[in-house]
Design a protein around this ligand. Structure first.
Ligand code: MN
Length: 230
């Protein structure tokens, strides 16, 4: 048997300090997982169960890339997030076992067409075109958990053209990494290669042509993204 057309390339994250690549299967994302961001989005940050959406794996963009301003929007937003890479899959994973399934961590930027998302929310429609568009998932190198340990606190920040836009601490996550893994695995079977974008803190704002966006988390380095000039 041969492929009828050339098979798609395997999406991956580079592994920090190594020539290895981590093959990415799916990208799950958590909505509104920091109280102050939930409030700025007009929601109540009480501890309701987390909710999820997805991005296709081929939306990943490596550190230092220049992306064109996406079509169909006039309100592109940045969202710095802690990204969890799953090394061992499972379903109905217990909270106490959840961190054993983590292979590593990275810094990600959940780029969002906020105007399309607002229309989708108002009409009760899906978020796919707001969240899963081409080049919507800049992500830095993956750091193996054996080298960094787990991330329960630490500075998470994003600047645009050198100006601070988002500054928070991972300890402000409403649902912790282990709780997110446990709950997500009750809805879908997690598999090796899955990524989870764990949600963004407050301060999301607009990106425009020519902007230079730097997302960073203490201990995980940074992911830089340039938006092509007009
Ligand atoms: Mn997000």
């Amino acid at each position: 048997m041969t492929w009828a057309i050339p098979a798609s390339a395997q999406p991956f994250l580079p592994v920090a300090g190594s020539d290895q690549k981590f093959p990415v299967r799916r990208i799950y994302c958590v909505g509104q997982n920091y109280a102050a961001h939930a409030r700025e989005m007009g929601s109540n940050p009480d501890r309701e169960l987390p909710f999820f959406f997805s991005k296709p794996a081929d939306t990943l963009v490596p550190d230092g890339a220049t992306i064109s301003y996406p079509p169909g929007t006039s309100n592109l937003h940045h969202e710095v997030e802690l990204v969890v890479a799953i090394g061992t899959g499972g379903r109905d994973i217990a909270v106490k076992d959840a961190l054993d399934h983590v292979w590593g961590y990275a810094v990600g930027n959940d780029l969002t067409r906020r105007d399309i998302q607002a229309e989708a929310k108002a009409a009760g429609r899906p978020w796919d075109m707001a969240k899963g568009f081409d080049h919507s998932a800049p992500c830095g190198e993956l750091h193996p958990v054996g080298e960094t340990g787990h991330f329960k606190q630490g500075r998470i920040a994003l600047s645009v053209n050198g100006e601070a836009r988002q500054t928070s601490d991972l300890s402000d996550l409403i649902w912790s990494v282990e709780e997110v893994i446990a709950y997500l695995s009750s809805l879908v079977e997690l598999m090796p290669g899955d990524l989870i974008f764990t949600g963004t803190p407050e301060g999301v704002s607009e990106l425009t042509h020519g902007d230079h966006c730097v997302a960073e988390i203490d201990g995980l380095g940074r992911v830089e993204t340039h938006i092509e000039a007009e």
